[in-house]
Design a binder for this molecule. Structure first.
Ligand code: FES
Length: 72
């Protein structure tokens, strides 16, 4: 499973150490990025290993040629 995710940030976000765990989004689908909001469940539900996807309105669309990816 691979997905193409549009990032618009131009700098880092500081996450200070705390007593509680902080979950950082690694899938790129969180609406509260960089923190996980459970959006990764979409990837688990909609994606197949070995394919590449873009997401629009929480729906995965398979990309046949990732080198010719449309802007998202
Ligand atoms: S890892 Fe991305 S939303 Fe949870």
């Amino acid at each position: 499973m691979t997905r193409i995710v549009k990032h618009t940030a131009t700098g880092p976000l500081e996450v200070k150490p705390s007593d509680q765990s902080t979950w950082i989004c690694m899938c790129g689908l969180s609406k509260n990025y960089p923190f996980c909001d459970g959006g990764h469940k979409l990837a688990r539900q909609q994606e197949t290993d070995g394919k590449v996807y873009v997401y629009e309105n929480d729906t995965a669309r398979e990309i046949e040629d990732p080198g010719n990816c449309p802007s998202v």
